[in-house]
Structures are given as C-alpha cells and as structure tokens.
Design a protein around this ligand. Structure first.
Ligand code: HEC
Length: 105
C-alpha cells in the first residue's frame, strides 16, 4: 500500500473519533468539503497548521503531531485535493500540495 494511502486510512480513524461528532452535516461545525477548504486554505501545510492549532475545537493541541498530518491527509483525500501519487504528508512534503484557487481567494 502506498504510504500516503496508509496515512490517510489511519487519518480516517482519527477523524471518526476526534472530528466527526461536530463536522458531520447538520452538526455544529461546517462540513469540510472541497469548496470550504479551498476557500479558506491555500494548501496542505496551511490546513494542517490550522487543525494543529485550533482543532479539536475546545481542546486544541491535544492530538499527536502525526495524527494532525494523518487527519489532514484524510480530509484532502475525501475532497479529491490530494493526488494519489502524493507522498505521505510531512512538514517537508506538504508545501508541494497547493489547492486550486477557491472562490474566496
Ligand atoms: C467540538 C466540536 C468540534 C470538533 C470535535 C472539531 N471541530 Fe473543527 N470546527 C468546529 C467549529 C465550531 C468550527 C468553526 C470555527 C471557526 O470557524 O472559527 C470548526 C472549523 C474547522 C475547520 C475550518 C472549516 C472552515 O470551513 O472554515 C477545519 C478544517 C476543522 N474544523 C477541522 C477539524 C478537525 C480535523 C477536527 C478533528 C481533529 C475537528 N475539526 C474537530 C468544531 C469542531
């Protein structure tokens, strides 16, 4: 299995336990679809920084560093913003994953 796939599969579990309670449509937080993500963030590094500093809402900075990267990879995979060929997301590789310009940029 490619490392990126392994990372985003792992991130799916993090998302289910740490994020879905709020980010499921109809709940308190905005759904994390491609339009919302690309409107607010320029790329994977910026998204991860936001998640690492601000989420989970109410108890930020409680996830391990690797978990923040994994959940970022999962969200981007779901939104089709992470090319299959992309490397595992790390501080070194994330800079290369830029999003197409969103409406708000
Ligand atoms: C307790 C509820 C709650 C949990 C749990 C939570 N979030 Fe959030 N999240 C929010 C709220 C509320 C906002 C809107 C905050 C704001 O815009 O200031 C938000 C905003 C966001 C945004 C920005 C979305 C946008 O369109 O602007 C991202 C990305 C995000 N959360 C990711 C995550 C991730 C990843 C997790 C799990 C690690 C998570 N959240 C867990 C409540 C939550």
């Amino acid at each position: 299995m490619p490392p990126q796939r392994q990372q985003s599969d792992y991130g799916a579990g993090i998302y289910r336990y740490e994020c879905a309670s709020c980010h499921t449509p109809g709940r308190v937080a905005p759904p994390l679809g491609a339009d919302a993500i690309t409107a607010r963030f320029a790329g994977a590094a910026e998204l991860e920084r936001y998640i690492a500093n601000a989420m989970p809402y109410g108890r930020p900075r409680t996830l391990a560093a690797g978990d923040n990267w994994a959940v970022t990879a999962y969200i981007l995979r779901q939104d089709r913003l992470l090319p299959r060929s992309a490397a595992e997301l790390t501080p070194a590789t994330a800079a290369r994953v830029r999003f197409p310009r969103g409406a708000a940029r």
